[in-house]
Design a protein around this ligand. Structure first.
Ligand code: NZQ
Ligand code: ZN
Length: 391
């Protein structure tokens, strides 16, 4: 295991009606004037926003609202939010929604306290300080409710890039699994896929002797394998939703990623797909991961064979571990298809003729030097082959 520092100070309020505590929590964490940030229609339609607004008012917290965050959130609304927050003297960001809303709120929180262009943080500059952010999560997926990360798409060039800093970890996150019961099945499945991707990206490591985090990841993958079909079959299954919601947080606040190198090539390759086609991030990952895994599995065949046996129930073939490894990847892909995720470019709405453009932005966009690295380093030729495997 490698040396690590781990600081994860988010306070979690979990369970039914937890959102009613929003006002008190903002106060507890020092907020007096809130920018209430949300997405399209879902939070208003479900009545959640009304309850949150009342909770703020009851606690004596004033607020201004900025809705309209789109999935794969854009820089345009971030600039708008920064202006609004400065003008109104906002001192706290409250995000009501999924990863897109939370990431947009984090970007605004960093941008308000910075004199330059907030995009600097998404092209290499470290975020040192940000306004405090609280979240009320409505979809178990991105893990942004506990993570130090934010992913934004710059409209000019459609670059989708991330930044990470402990200053961006939410001060509190409200997790009420019942809020996720209104999700369409496709979004539920895309969220589950993203959670499993966050686990695989950490599982694919070059660090030795990391049994504790390996086992944590396997337990979380097994949980997702068990619970996801249960919520697809019954969207109102609160207990299954609760297990998935907490798994999504633990999968990405880095509890199971400390002390080990991590991959993230699947995420980088996918981000170009959701930037170009505006597909759900999880759906893009469902198509990306099996291709990446098959392409890189020979780098450490026993790691892929191990997850195949421990999570996917495959029989270990000691003479031909590559057979076991491949069986595990195929079992994972079949599972993703069974919950309604796409399996190739066509089902995702991606186009073969765009591959050169995807590879160019992936490997050269925004300062990259012709390759991406993680579990293995992938150059333009590798990335082209991987996208072609998704056809
Ligand atoms: O806008 P509304 O109307 O709310 O609809 C949303 C949106 O269309 C809908 N939705 C959310 N909660 C709902 C609901 N519909 C009905 N009932 C509910 N309770 O779901 C759609 C997707 O929402 P979004 O926030 O985009 O989903 P997700 O949480 O999957 O976030 C995806 C974004 O997070 C980034 C992704 O790249 C993508 O941009 N990521 C962020 C990470 C992080 N900050 O740590 C890590 C991830 O790997 C990921 O890259
Ligand atoms: Zn993700």
């Amino acid at each position: 295991m490698e040396n690590f520092s781990f600081y994860s100070p988010t306070y979690f309020e979990f369970g039914k009606d937890a959102e009613l505590k929003a006002g008190e929590l903002v106060k507890q964490f020092g907020g007096t004037k809130v920018l209430l940030h949300f997405g399209g229609q879902s939070a208003r339609k479900s009545g959640l926003l009304d309850r949150v607004e009342k909770a703020l008012t009851d606690a004596g917290i004033s607020y201004v609202s900025l809705g309209g965050v789109k999935p794969n959130p854009r820089s345009g609304l971030v600039y708008e939010g920064i202006e609004l927050a400065k003008k109104e003297g906002v001192d706290f960001l409250l995000a009501v929604g999924g990863g897109s809303v939370i990431d947009s709120a984090k970007a605004i929180a960093a941008g308000v306290l910075y004199d330059g262009d907030f995009w600097d943080f998404y092209s290499g500059k470290q975020v040192e300080k940000a306004l405090p952010v609280g979240t009320i999560l409505t979809i178990a997926a991105a893990g942004s409710e506990g993570s130090p990360d934010s992913v934004i798409t710059k409209e000019e060039g459609m670059y989708k890039r991330g930044t990470g800093s402990n200053a961006l970890r939410p001060k509190f996150s409200i997790l009420n699994p019942a809020l996720t019961q209104t999700l369409p099945a496709y979004q539920t499945a895309a969220g589950a896929t993203d959670i499993m991707a966050h686990l695989y990206e950490r599982y694919l490591t070059n660090s030795k002797d990391v049994e504790v985090t390996d086992r944590l990841i396997e337990a979380l993958l097994l949980t997702m394998k068990h619970e996801t079909p249960r919520v697809i079959a019954d969207p109102n299954n609160y207990e299954a939703r609760a297990n998935i919601m907490w798994a999504g947080m633990v999968a990405h606040n880095n509890t199971c990623g400390v002390g080990r190198s991590q991959d993230w090539n699947s995420h980088n390759i996918e981000h170009e797909l959701s930037a170009l086609y505006d597909c759900a991030h999880g759906a893009g990952l469902a198509v990306t991961m099996p291709a990446v895994f098959k392409y890189v599995m020979n780098h450490d065949i026993m790691r892929f064979a191990k997850v195949a046996v421990r999570v996917w129930g495959c029989q270990m073939d000691f003479d031909h571990p590559e057979v076991t490894a491949l069986e595990g990847i195929n079992a994972f892909q079949n599972f993703l298809c069974s919950i309604g995720m796409p399996k190739n470019f066509e089902e995702l709405g991606a186009k073969e003729e765009d591959i050169p453009k995807l590879v160019d932005v992936l490997c050269h966009g925004d300062g990259r030097q012709g390759s991406i690295s993680g579990f293995v380093t992938l150059n333009e030729d590798d990335c082209t082959k991987i996208y072609k495997m998704m056809l």
